[in-house]
Each structure stands twice: as C-alpha cells, then as structure tokens.
Design a protein around this ligand. Structure first.
Ligand SMILES: Cc1ncc(COP(=O)(O)O)c(C=O)c1O
Ligand SMILES: N[C@@H](CCCC[NH3+])C(=O)O
Length: 430
C-alpha cells in the first residue's frame, strides 16, 4: 500500500503492519502507539550491506538520533552496521546492550568533557572532532589518561542541500564543522597531526537531512577529495577514510519519490573511485551514516480519534489522542504525512479533514487537509513514515506520557519501550 512493504489489508478489512492487525495493536497496547516493523528495518540494513558495504568495501553507521532504544541497538548490532551517536545518552544506551564500541562513531558540536571522557573510557571507534575547543579538550583528557584515540575531522563542505532550513548542515553559515574556505579545516588538521594523542583517520561532512538529490553527494565527494589532496600536499599525510554523512531522503507523501539506497551509494562510491584516482590519492574507505532511510518508512503511529469539530464551509477538525508531543515535525518543519483509517481501509475517501493533536497549541496540527473515509470518534488512525525523528524527538509537553513502542515482525508483536505512566511524569520532581 503506497509502496510500503509493511502494509496490507487482512480478511477483516483492517490495515495490517507486518501482518499484525493495527486495530488489534491499538486495543492491546493502547494509543498513541509507535509501531516499528523489524522486517523492514532488517531489509533496509541488508540493502545497505549489499549495495555499499559488500559492493564497495564501505562501512555504514546507523545515525541513532533517528530512533534509538536498546532493541534498536540490538538489531543494528546483529545486522553488522555501526552506530553514530551524538550524546552521552545515546552512547550509554549502546553500551547498556554491549554494542561493540569499536563500531561507534561519536559526533556533536559541543561534546561535554564528561561525554568525551565516557567515549574514551568506553573505547569508541572514532570521535568526530567538530571544533578547536574539542581538540583542546581531547588533548587534555587523553594526556591525563595517557591514551590515544582515532578521530575524524568534520568539515563544512559549503554545500546548501535542498531541504528545510532547520535540517541543513552543510552550508557555510552552520554551527557544524570546520569551515573549508577560510583555512580553519586545514588548521584543524595541522593541530590534530601535531597531537601525540589524536590519530587522524578520516574526514567527515554531512550536508543535511531528507535529501533527494544525488548530485549534492557527488559535489560533496569532490570537495572532500580536493581537501584530502590539500592535506597530502601540505602535510604529506594520507587519509584512510571519507565519511559522507547521512541524509538520504525517504517517502512521506506523493511529493517525495521513494529511492533505493544505491541511487545514492553508487554515485558516491563511483565518484570517490574516480576523484581519488584523478588526484593521485589512495582510495579511502567510504562511510555513510543513514538514519531516516533505515527506520523512517518502517515506523507508524497509531492514534484513536476523539473529538470531531466541523466549522461549516471552513474546516473539519479531527482530534487524535496524541500530536506534537509524540511528533513535533509538522509544527517544527512543516512536515507532511499520509494517514489511513485502519478500521475503514476499504472505504472510499470521501471527506477533506484536518488532523489535530491534543496539545494546548493552535499549531498542533498533524495533517492539514487530508482525504479520509467518513470518520467517527473511536476510529483508529495510522500515520505513515513516522519511524524516524518521532519517538526520538517526543516530549512530555502538557505532561503527556510518551507512547509505548511495539516491534512487529511478520505476525508477531512485542513491546520494546513501555508507555510512560503519570508516575514517570513526576519521577524527577522534588
Ligand atoms: C552527522 C550526521 N550524520 C548522519 C545524520 C543522519 O541523518 P539522516 O537521518 O537524515 O540520514 C545526521 C542528521 O542529519 C547527522 O547530523
Ligand atoms: N530532526 C530532523 C532531522 C535532523 C537530522 C539530524 N542532524 C527531522 O526530523 O527531520
């Protein structure tokens, strides 16, 4: 359905997610409910493995900010990918299930001293250095611990990705990474090479998120290759790995076309091969950091429809039992979603409605203008492509408990994150 591998209709005429009835899930676990299809996550990890890791001897690390909990770490571990973390909390989650630390890459534009210490003590595979302050801090900590660490340097490639302003990172005016054009990046390399504690392994860049154009990645590879050539010319130092970041776009609505991973990875890898050979550089290992692409289309949110308000000739508001607290993306980025009524999946879409959340904000609108079958209170709404940056960005706004997460796998279902309770809400109040 809409090209989602996870969705189908069962004999009752209900929507199924990985062969589990969505109406039954709502009854069993309550709503709002995040549902994640393990089959689809695994399928996507394997697509990456085949088309990037095996085909080009590349590496892939899952950008865990998209969706992380213990079970997700276990899945990623089993599939043989690495993990990109950006905080002590993400790192701690990985450690708690014995995720192999040598496959962890630690990012962030303002890692605290304690986060850096934690990463060093845990023995993460790479720290991606973002700024001069971090070089100083790492030198101090490593000197004190008498240890060395493998690092990558994050540069800002000066590329403006075609995506929402808030999720662009590669343009010059960005808080992330060392700027190339003013010499800061080359200076960072000099500082790192002078340090007895930092082993420079790779150069990293990340342009932005939900990108659909592969030409942006081609440009990125060319910019990074030129920079690596500069490093060789200036310091006679060869870089082993190039990390092009993540950002591969997925399907949310008909505005987005669904892409196989090799739409991006073939061009990235072929450009690396061509450019590095042209510049007489050794061919580096290519690392990608997909987050949304792995989990976005594997996730769905189930809500129960409550109040319905019709303003004649203006709008019909359908209120759900969740909203911006479990999915802040529509108010934050103007993100658009498709949705289905799980118990009316075979009925014709006959009315134009607006899906509103239950938070005390007029802007808490999940979907503005969507055609649905005639909706009644008690119907079960399923919003599609909510696997990435929904659960991970959820809040307790209005003191709403965060929903549970259920993993479905071809007819099986099990809880992987418990629903928060009111006790959880007041747990840290003194
Ligand atoms: C450094 C880095 N790598 C990877 C990602 C993953 O992005 P996405 O989920 O869009 O693939 C991000 C987020 O944009 C990022 O900042
Ligand atoms: N949170 C953003 C993506 C951020 C990517 C992280 N650098 C979104 O939902 O689209």
């Amino acid at each position: 359905m809409f090209g989602y591998n996870s969705l189908a209709i069962n004999e009752k005429g209900n929507l199924t997610i990985s062969n589990v009835d969505a109406v039954k899930l709502a009854k069993n676990y309550g709503t709002p409910l995040y549902v994640v299809d393990e089959v689809e996550i695994i399928r996507r990890c394997r697509e990456i493995k085949q088309n990037h890791m095996d085909k080009y001897s590349g590496r892939a690390v899952y950008a865990s900010k998209a969706f992380l909990n213990k079970e997700m770490c276990r899945i990623i571990n089993r599939e043989g990918l690495g993990l990109d973390v950006v905080s002590g909390g993400e790192l701690y989650t990985a450690k708690s299930v014995d995720f192999p630390m040598d496959r962890v890459i630690f990012h962030g534009n303002n890692k605290s001293l304690s986060e850096l210490e934690m990463a060093i003590d845990f023995g993460v595979g790479r720290i991606v250095i973002d700024n001069f302050f971090e070089i100083e801090n790492l030198n101090k900590i490593l000197n004190h611990k008498n240890k060395t660490i493998d690092i990558q340097i994050r540069v800002n490639p000066g590329i403006d990705g075609h995506t929402h302003d808030y999720i662009k990172t590669g343009q010059v005016d960005s808080k992330f990474g060392f700027t190339l054009y003013d010499g800061a990046a080359l200076n960072a390399v000099k500082n790192v090479l002078e340090s007895p504690f930092l082993n420079l392994k790779g150069i990293h860049a990340h342009i932005g998120s939900q990108l659909h154009q592969k030409d942006i990645y081609i440009t990125e590879v060319k910019v990074l290759a030129e920079f690596i050539k500069n490093i060789k010319d200036e310091f006679n130092y060869e870089i082993d790995e190039i990390n092009v970041g993540g950002g591969f776009g997925i399907f949310y609505t008909e505005d987005d076309s669904r892409k196989l991973i090799n739409y991006f990875t073939d061009d990235i890898n072929l450009t690396v091969i061509k450019e590095f050979s042209r510049l007489n550089l050794k061919r580096p290992v290519v690392i990608i950091e997909p987050g949304r692409w792995i989990v976005g289309e594997a996730g769905f949110t189930i809500y129960t429809i409550g109040a319905i308000k019709e303003i004649p000739n203006i709008r019909k508001y359908i209120s759900i039992d969740g909203g911006m607290a479990d999915n802040p993306r529509p108010p934050l980025y103007g993100a658009k979603y498709l949705a289905l009524i799980a118990n009316k999946i075979t009925q014709l879409e006959e009315e134009l409605v607006t899906i509103s959340g239950k938070c005390c904000e007029s802007g808490d609108i999940l979907i503005k203008d969507i055609m649905l079958p005639k909706v009644e209170s008690g119907d079960i709404l399923v919003v599609l492509s909510t696997g990435a940056y929904n659960y991970s960005m959820a809040s307790n706004y209005n003191r709403l408990p965060r929903p549970a997460v259920v993993l479905v796998n071809n007819g099986e279902h099990r809880l992987i994150v418990r629903r928060e309770t009111y006790e959880d809400i007041i747990r840290n109040d003194v």
